[in-house]
Design a binder for this molecule. Sequence first.
Ligand SMILES: *Cc1c(COP(=O)(O)O)cnc(C)c1O
Length: 407
Amino acid sequence: MLTTLPPTPAVASRLSLDAGALAHNLGVFREIVGPGVRVGCVVKGNAYGHGLLEVLPAVHPACDVLDVVTAQEAATIRAWEARTGAPRRDVLVIGPVDATEAVALAGLGVELVVGDPSLAGHLPALRAAGVPPLRVHVHVDSGLSREGFLPETLASELAWLREAGPVVEVVGVLTHFADTEDVTEQTWARRQLARFDEGDRALRAWLAELGRPTALTRHAAASAAALVLPESRLDLVRVGISAYGLWPSRETRISTRLVRGSLPELRPVLSWRVPSQLVKTVPAGSYVGYGCTHRCRDETRVAVLPVGYFDGYPRLLSNRAHVLVDGRRCPVLGRVMMNHVIVDVTGLRREVDHVVATLLGEDGGERVTADDLADWAQTISYELVTRLGAHLRRELVAVDASGQGTD
Ligand SMILES: *Cc1c(COP(=O)(O)O)cnc(C)c1O
């Protein structure tokens, strides 16, 4: 007999997402950019690991545009809107697509960034499909050397627009900064903005020559630029990491304080908790974990947690991180394993047989941030959160002022 089990194991870590924090963070950006600028929320990478479907109920009503990388993510958003009766938001795909995906996006009313020559090859499929025009934003490479056209060659690379006919409509122009997060002065970003203007002018001259509309939505700023470089906000900002309550970098924090005179409050959205698989006492002199890299000097109470690098808890946290239990810091002993982490719970106020450990988030006034974990694992918060396993259970909760979650 086949037994149907819930999709995630009962004894496993789970992520809880603070709906109020998501709305608050996007509200912070709305206030910073003011009424004339639209706020886009970047939900690529499974909403920076937070869970695309889980964040949508909080993010969708709080922004004007949703930015994704894949056509699949865009289709997920359209399906969610249809299912919940939510109004359609503008959705912009910033990654590469094939002909089938381009046709699907046109049908779904999703916009696409054109940053390489591939779309010209998709025109026959778009014509044959009889779908509404595909609305595109042209990407100007202003100094990142990733997607986009150089201002000098933009018009010739878009020569195919002459024969494209009505299946493609150019509605926007954008660029992306290379060096806004790692610095406290924005010299390179300002040069990029000047290059972007060149690209924008070249594009509009070409569109005018073709007799096409030249009123375009212009956008450039991700989180950091939206915070520290007012002239980059243009018509629309694309807020990723900071929608999730995280600062792009220490430098961005410092610059924001300098530029604005005060720090806006960004509220971290994510908490990651795990119940213990077992708690036990091991004798003095015991080794803990693979490689015997930790040895207990004294008798030690350890909690074995059913979480590991499979779930996105980096192995570089071995012997380095701590988790929180009952508001106390409990060090990770030995190596992080694929499905296990062992922590020292000897220091708790009372001897316990079961614990719930906070890997990321707050517990009793103590806090482990995504930046803490990222620093210990020699990476950045972007990578840390994005690598949280897609298989983990995620719950969007409304957190009231007392910090207590209510489902
Ligand atoms: C990821 C991305 C963003 C968002 O960047 P954050 O630093 O997370 O705000 C904006 N624009 C483009 C093109 C991106 O790829």
